[in-house]
Design a protein around this ligand. Sequence first.
Ligand SMILES: [Zn+2]
Length: 488
Amino acid sequence: MNKEIQNIAPSELWSIFSRILEIPRPSYHEEKIRDFAVAFGEKLGLETFKDEAGNVIIRKPATPGMENRKGVILQGHLDMVPQKNSDKAHDFVTDPIEAFIDGDWVKANGTTLGSDNGIGVSAALAVLASKTIAHGPVEVLMTATEETGMDGANGLEPGVLKGDILINMDSEDEGELYVGCAGGEDANFRFSYSEEKTPAGFSGLKLSVTGLKGGHSGIDIPLGRGNAIKVFFRIINETSKQYGARLASVDGGSLRNAIPREAFGILAVDEARLPDFMDLVEQIAETVKSELSATEPTLKVTVERVPAPGILIDGKTQANLTRAIVACPNGVIRMSDSMAGLVETSTNLAIVKSDAGAKTIDGACLMRSSVDSAKTDLGTRIEAVFSLAGAEVNFAGAYPGWKPNMDSPILKTMQQVYNNRFGKIPEIKAIHAGLECGILGGKYPHWDMISFGPTIRFPHSPDEKVNIGSVQKFWDFLIETLRNIPEK
Ligand SMILES: [Zn+2]
């Protein structure tokens, strides 16, 4: 199967990709692909080394007459996402990927293909192997474990790479140039509560908010989808004020980087006020549904009778928690000034969960911004809200963003090169999510960075496919760009 892949044009790139297909390389099992990359550089007689973080770096001197050009770092990641169809027998740690040609696409047989980022890595290695491409000083940086924690990018030491321009080849739309991404940081909060006995005459109820769309907390945040935790506490806030509804437990959201689709809680309400309580819940549910009718048509709020809980979260903590959740910033905070339509700063109230054993309620917001100081300022706001309410707040997992620079010299060069070659100006994009470039640029702040790639569809799924024609254009664009890198 993989034999037919190596003959696709440009064969200098596809022949390397066909060899990479044979090498198992899910995240955290990258020894074999790392060995392959090192052997590749050494066999060419090039300076080749691994670093502590598992990255491989290979240097190739400039071709004759190109010595005065700025140094370029060609970057891709070594690992791939291991996803397969449930009926497919495949061990990603030992088995090669079975790729095949389907019209103008290359696909894999029931698994991810690993064109993300195998094509980018193949292109970088093909430049190293080439005896005909004109280029200035080139360094190839192949990073480890991009898909699960960006370990390689995080562990890269400053000062190792000599170049001035980073060209990342991990984008997925031919004809687009990426010039920015968001950084991220978790804001975590914890309430500690004391237990109160449920008063006599109170009934147990389970409140469920379900049917929301959820989605990626960065990419999907400008779509105006509902947040199940916000809806849940909107109901708690009103019903506790008006009818003394009490909270015994809460469980909303699941993943830090997902907009919460569902929130559940056990409540206790005075039996005598139950009809009024039910009316009010229905009223609020109808209001929220009408507010979100365009984005959340399947939003559902239900209340069902359950045995009355014996223990409640104390009233003061319930009030503090509820007010803090109601006040907590959520969604898009600011749009970008440098790029129309791009979210600059956002936050997703992702998780709120009580723990009866520890008598705590933990929660997390994932903040994102392409402007690091804006993210820090947002963290201060969130901290203010929760510390006013008596919660402990801490921050974790910060990584830097990449602020779009519309005056970037490599952007200008690549726009011109593309226009000369293909007769149109490529689209300029930025993404409201994390890319390796953000982290790498944090280590090498002087770098002029850009990201591009061939057209890949359904990455990270067994339907992953890469467009053959777009790989040819991507390759031509890369060669032409290297030829046109400005002088130092
Ligand atoms: Zn990738």
